[in-house]
Write a protein that binds this ligand. Structure first.
Ligand code: SAM
Ligand code: SF4
Length: 445
């Protein structure tokens, strides 16, 4: 099992929200597990099923076709999918669900063969052949093998744009290179073209996506060139995920200098110990990471910094753990995704000796978590009393609170009925370790 300090909303086995649908129409339900890459792939899948005449529904029991778009990064992700497949088998026996497709990272892994033996699954697709779903849902066969060229989200107030797929690193613990393959970078003109279309269609916030976005290279251009060009075309831009070895000072300075780039950096460090960074094949030392953070803090003093940390990788000693705690304190992260090591079959770390006992992993997890939360709380307190321009990401719920984001990348709960995609100005009244709280909005920005 692994855990994070931030979790996505748990996906219920079948959503309680009743889907409104025409009982005669073909219906499909898509469930997405895992990271933003998968959320983006689901947007593409959604386009395909809509083109094929399916109405999207929220509950499995209303769906003719269920598509599980899956994550394979940690073991508990597979366990969750097994729970959903068991539920779908039951609904199938009752004659409700007719077909099940498994896509995404589990689909690309060996594990999918075992799942197919245990559960009734009609179609298994990996991450490189999602386009084959077209034929399965009754559309003409598609030729694309290069998924970034497929249309993504269109017209939403915020959109992901994939700039590269795969990863050329070989981190000891990670299954991503196996299931997503080597890095393929999308041409600059193609990215800019998509961004311009999205912006013309009303999208106000673009997130550039990839496993190591800052490794993007194409015909002599580097990531910072692409980021600068996108920041000239789009009113608001962010990017994730970056790798410390590829992060250039130029990019960190651009974050500080360019008004349209959100001052929020997600730079996974994984460990504060040079010994562990070497075992993990991360390709940098803790000191280099610290230097990058100094440049970022100088470029964007008010900005937010987040990271990924793995605790309990095989061979991690108490001294290694102490060094991680020290790095967490020095970098004063605003948030962190903290993962307990999860052995993934087919990765180097899965067969390494010197595994760390569960109780030790749990204690280290809590120690890192406490350290991150203390820092985050202290930093967030500094925002109290200030007025912020807030981008509304999700409109208000029944309690009248919308969820927004400041230009510094802080998440804010704000009292407003403003629509998603618009800006409001409000004063920050209080702060917790994860979120700021703003009062009534003054002006619409
Ligand atoms: N490409 C990004 C990078 O290198 O930083 C991260 C991609 S991975 C999908 C997201 C995070 O999951 C990683 O940064 C790592 O902290 C965590 N992770 C990956 N494999 C893991 C494993 N086997 N056990 C625990 N955490 C893992
Ligand atoms: Fe996985 Fe490492 Fe590639 Fe990130 S850089 S996707 S952790 S192999």
């Amino acid at each position: 099992m692994s855990s994070t300090t931030k979790t996505t909303t748990p996906i219920p086995l079948s959503s309680k929200r009743a889907g409104r649908f025409d009982p005669k129409a073909k219906t499909a339900c898509i469930r997405t597990f895992g990271c933003q890459m998968n959320v983006h792939d689901s947007d593409r899948i959604r386009r395909m099923i809509q083109d094929a005449g399916y109405a999207e529904v929220q509950r499995y029991e209303d769906a003719d076709l269920v598509i599980l778009n899956t994550c394979y990064v940690r073991e508990n992700a597979v366990d969750r999918v097994k729970g959903h497949l068991g539920e779908l088998n039951r609904l199938r026996r009752e004659g409700r669900v007719k077909r099940v497709a498994l896509t995404g990272c589990i689909g690309a892994a060996e594990e999918s063969a075992a799942l197919r033996q245990t559960y009734e699954i009609d179609l298994v697709l990996g991450t490189h052949n999602t386009y084959e779903l077209a034929e399965f849902v009754g559309l003409p066969t598609m030729q694309e093998t290069y998924t970034p060229e497929l249309p993504g989200t269109e017209g939403g107030h915020n959109a992901f744009v994939t700039i590269m797929t795969g990863c050329n690193y070989q981190c000891s613990y990670c299954i991503v290179p196996t299931v997503r393959g080597r890095m393929v970078c999308r041409p600059m003109e193609s990215v800019i073209g998509e961004v311009e279309n999205l912006v013309a269609g009303g999208t106000g916030y673009i997130t550039l996506l990839g496993q190591t976005v800052d490794a993007w290279r194409h015909e002599g251009k580097r990531f910072c060139d692409l980021l600068e060009a996108v920041s000239e075309s789009a009113p608001r831009v962010w990017f994730t995920t970056s790798h410390p070895s590829n992060m250039e000072d130029r990019t960190l300075n651009a974050i500080g200098e360019r008004d349209t780039i959100v001052k929020r950096l997600h730079l996974p460090v994984q460990s504060g110990s040079d010994r562990m960074l070497k075992v993990m094949h991360r390709g940098y030392k803790a000191e280099k990471y610290r230097r990058k953070i100094e440049v970022f803090r100088e470029a964007a003093p008010d900005g937010t910094l987040s990271t990924d940390i793995i605790v309990g990788h095989p061979g991690e000693t108490e001294e290694d753990h102490e060094q991680t705690l020290r790095l967490v304190e020095d970098c004063a992260f605003d948030s962190a995704y903290i993962f307990k090591f999860s052995p993934r079959r087919g990765t180097e770390a899965a067969s390494l000796p010197e595994t760390v006992p569960d109780a030790v992993v749990q204690r280290r997890f809590l120690e890192v978590l406490r350290q991150v939360e203390q820092n985050a709380f202290t930093r967030n307190q500094r925002k109290v009393g200030g007025e912020e321009e807030i981008y509304i990401r999700h409109g208000s719920t029944e309690d009248g609170k919308a969820i927004g984001e400041t230009w510094s990348g802080h998440a804010v709960h704000v009292n407003t009925d403003a629509a998603p995609g618009t800006y409001v100005k409000a004063r920050i009244e209080s702060a917790g370790p994860h979120v700021l709280y703003a009062g009534e909005t003054g002006t619409r920005a």
